[in-house]
Write a protein that binds this ligand. Structure first.
Ligand code: UDP
Length: 489
């Protein structure tokens, strides 16, 4: 009788998931949203950050208050193996990852077996961008593991297809003049994919480039996981999700995560007043730009932001600035303090025009900005979070992709979803000016139709009964099932 009671109590105990993100702004941000969604669903979550990243997070965001509402939630930290004074800049990401492979793996194993990570871990969700070692560990310790990818499904599918592209002679790329060559060997993308649209890490000129092998190997690790979570939705990337599911049958498309979380929080009566926006880890958010936007006419402003990593040369800065000013449109521009390395003298006429109809900030509350009635267009680097935020807000885009998944995202925005214009790898003041006018004036109605419709589909997907809503329920069911099995061991 006592045993039976004990087992019933155990079975009712919620499962505990360890979430382990890659230590970078966009990755931690998305995985915090996933953590909060799971917490709202009654799953206990241990969020595992590297010490360095966690200190940054505590400095810039009140995450402890945010998660205090969930008694089953806890933060834990782990060393990345690098000395405290290491810069851990974007350029040294490979160094960080290599160090984690060597140092963090044994520490993580020790934490899992010794019970430091709570002795009832029933599932691990890791960032599939870097955690081959966590997958090995989970398999060794017989803990179910799910991969989470923060980039688009169309990017992941390209990474899965590296061998096919090579076999079909699509890679390597032989010089700049080869960039418009079509790549016809990626199922689902036969009609519109060119070399210049491939994710940057596979745009190689030499097949022995170590990036290529690393990307393919890392992505293929997801086939060993028990599931794959993607921040996308069926109406946006359904055809590509179909292909991914031939390799990873349990692929849960639960995005757009920011909209999904916002809706679930709004429906959660106990916590409906908390404002929901992305957590800024690296930068202080300047909300004054919202007051400036308040005084601008509806849909009159082009918002310019290239995300948290992109840098600009002095030349690119000047081309964008002249293009913006010459377009005669109002603009709100995020120029991070670390964005332009070279000293730049700005011509007086640009400064004067900016004072007249522009506003610059170091870091904006982007989701609020995109949702503001004064914003009518977004000049973006096509980062996946920015793309999804723009889609949900129904704002058309001009895409200037920088690296990683951005070239394929921008191709989809321009050619497949028709949600904007793909400027791609040119940076010329005349083109910037023309495209802003095309987006905001000449083709405004065309883009208004497509963006309104896609925004509707995005919201529908995360609403009760929508595809992402249902996929999330299935994910939670799976986590609960694995929890029961584990607790019964
Ligand atoms: N972001 C922001 N304020 C800014 C610029 C960007 O809050 O001034 C946020 C934006 O909302 C998005 C993230 O930073 O959630 C950028 O992610 P994305 O995937 O678009 O690009 P990355 O920074 O990874 O290149």
């Amino acid at each position: 009788m006592e045993n039976q009671l004990k087992s019933e109590v155990q079975q009712e105990r919620p499962p505990r998931v360890v979430i382990f993100p890659l230590p970078a702004q966009g990755h931690v941000n998305s995985m915090l949203k996933l953590a909060e969604l799971l917490s709202l669903a009654g799953i206990n979550v241990t969020f595992l950050n590297t010490d360095h990243l966690h200190n940054l997070l505590l400095r810039h965001a009140d995450v402890e208050t945010q998660f205090a509402a969930y008694p089953g939630f806890e933060f834990k930290t782990i060393s990345d193996g690098l000395p405290d004074d290491h810069s851990r800049s974007t350029d040294s990401v490979m160094e960080v990852l290599n160090s984690m492979n060597v140092t963090t793996k044994p520490v993580l194993k020790e934490m899992l077996v010794s019970g430091v990570l709570s002795n009832s871990v029933t599932c691990i969700i890791v960032d599939g961008a870097f955690t081959g070692f966590a997958t090995d560990l989970a398999i060794e310790l017989d803990i179910p593991i799910i991969h989470f990818r923060t980039v688009s499904a169309c990017c992941i599918w390209n990474h899965f297809c590296v061998d096919r592209i090579i076999e079909a002679g699509g890679l390597p790329i032989r010089g700049k003049e080869d960039m418009d060559r079509e790549i016809t060997s990626v199922p689902g993308m036969e009609c519109f994919l060119r070399c210049r649209d491939l994710p940057s890490f596979i745009q190689v000129s030499d097949l022995s480039d170590p990036k290529l092998d690393q990307i393919a190997r890392t992505t293929n690790q997801s086939c060993r996981a028990n599931g794959l979570i993607l921040n996308t939705f069926e109406d946006l990337e359904g055809p590509i999700l179909f292909h991914i599911r031939t390799l990873c049958p349990k692929t849960y498309a639960i995005g757009p995560l920011h909209a999904h979380l916002k809706l679930k929080l709004a429906n959660n009566k106990t916590d409906s007043k908390r404002p929901v926006s992305s957590t800024s880890i690296l930068f202080e958010v300047d909300t004054n730009c919202l007051n400036w936007l308040d005084s601008q006419p509806p849909k009159s402003v082009i918002y310019v932001s290239f995300g948290s990593i992109t840098t600009l040369t002095r030349n690119a800065l000047m081309e964008f600035w002249h293009g913006l000013v010459n377009s005669n449109k109002r603009f709100l521009w995020v120029l991070r303090p670390d964005m332009v390395a070279e000293d730049t003298e700005v011509p007086a006429e640009l400064m004067a025009a900016t004072r007249e109809r522009g506003y610059m900030v170091g870091w904006a509350p982007q989701e609020e900005v995109l949702g503001h009635h004064a914003v009518g267009g977004f000049l973006t680097h096509s980062g996946w979070n920015s793309t999804l935020e723009s889609i949900v807000a129904g704002v058309p885009m001009i895409c200037w992709p920088y690296f990683a998944d951005q070239p394929i995202n921008s191709r989809y925005v321009g050619e497949v979803w028709k949600l904007g214009i793909d400027m791609k790898d040119v940076c010329d003041r005349k083109i910037v000016e023309k495209m802003i006018n095309d987006l905001m004036v000449e083709r405004r109605e065309e883009f208004e139709r497509s963006t309104v419709e896609m925004a509707r589909l995005a919201t529908e997907s995360v609403s009760l009964g929508g595809s992402s809503y249902r996929n999330f329920d299935q994910l939670v069911d799976y986590i609960r099932q694995t929890g029961r099995k584990n607790l019964a061991k």
